[in-house]
Write a protein that binds this ligand. Structure first.
Ligand SMILES: [Zn+2]
Length: 338
């Protein structure tokens, strides 16, 4: 933790017209302890927060939502002054604002002032209107941190799902020009193994790999990705890591039989294969974690929720879990260095 005695978490505020600041304020209040009877004075229990937002926007959100101000250090630089919050609106100005918050928080982390970044949700539409070309947070972070490989992971306590392919059309997953290859599966498997060891402190993780086709290909009758690439990837990565990796499992019955409870991590081949069961089982408390980066980054697993923005209706459970997971990973990484 860079000489600090507790984790310091940088938080980007997400789209200022969405529920980002609301869930940040609520999550901090829920995790901070009041130290005097008036409730006016708070102390963070065991982490510090750097929030990247301007003072006037913070005040306007607290007033509109009727929330008390939790404890954080504010970093208002780089923002244009006089931002008018328009709850629920998709605008280029909001997109620019959310990217300023995110980029400043990333730079702050890369300079070593914070140990982790927690990102509140942005709107891809808003940031596109603002002229940004990159598809989202994860791709930007991977480039900024100089990562050659990373893996999207969803985490809810001991339930962890990582994805081989993420935000691409289904038609681009497999087939002649598909993204799915033995190398890519091995790459994600090894990123998952490394994250389970380094970030979650599990030295001999148990890992399950799902098939791609119905019934995991039924011995080649329902598709050949299992025999051509998934099984060879499992074998080779198993050899390299010294771990026994299980699979490929037919994906349909896996979660229904609660097989995930016997594993520390599950590798899914594509977005919905992993995220449908994950969100069905862990909708409010799931956290999105980007494995394989030098920067620790977590985020809640929901979007900007423009339809309920500014109404004090949003649940902060996922944001709370995202902050707590970031702190845990920072401590796990630090304990391996010392
Ligand atoms: Zn997604």
């Amino acid at each position: 933790m860079n000489g600090r005695d507790r984790p310091r978490i940088a938080i980007s505020c997400g789209d200022p017209n969405g529920i980002g600041l609301e869930v940040v304020f609520k999550a901090l209040t829920a995790t901070q302890r009041s130290v005097d009877s008036s409730g006016a004075d708070f102390e963070a229990t065991d982490f510090d927060v750097a929030l990247f937002a301007p003072e006037d926007v913070v005040r306007r959100h607290l007033a509109a939502l009727g929330l008390n101000r939790p404890v954080f250090e504010l970093f208002p630089d780089e923002f244009e002054s006089g931002y008018e919050t328009q709850f629920g609106e998709i605008t280029g100005r909001a997109g620019r604002f959310s990217m300023h918050s995110f980029e400043s928080a990333v730079a702050y982390c890369l300079e070593g002032h914070a140990d982790a970044i927690v990102t509140a949700p942005i709107s891809k539409e808003s940031i596109n209107l603002a002229g940004y070309q990159r598809p989202g947070h994860t791709e930007y972070l991977a480039a900024a941190a100089g990562a050659t490989t990373h893996a999207m992971m969803m985490v809810d306590n001991n339930f962890r799902v990582a994805l081989v392919t993420t935000h691409i059309p289904v038609s681009a997953i497999s087939g002649a020009s598909g993204l799915l290859t033995q190398d890519l599966i091995m790459d994600k498997l090894e990123t998952l193994i490394h994250a389970l060891r380094q970030d979650f402190g599990i030295l001999d993780p148990r890992i399950a790999v799902l098939g791609l086709n119905p019934h995991a290909g039924e011995g080649g009758h329902l598709g050949t990705e299992e025999t051509m690439m998934i099984s060879p990837a499992i074998q080779q990565s198993g050899k390299r890591s010294g771990l026994e990796i299980d699979g490929p499992f037919p994906a349909d019955a896996f979660f229904g039989m609660r097989r995930q409870e016997g594993f520390d991590g599950v590798l899914a081949m594509y977005h919905d294969q992993g995220l449908i069961p994950f969100k069905a089982l862990s909708f409010e408390t799931g956290v999105n974690y980007t494995a394989g980066l030098s920067i620790v980054r977590t985020s809640p697993d929901h979007g900007t929720a423009f339809d309920i923005a500014g109404q004090n209706k949003a649940s902060s459970a996922s944001m709370e879990a995202a902050i707590m997971l970031a702190c845990d990973i920072v401590r796990n990484r630090a304990s391996q260095i010392n």
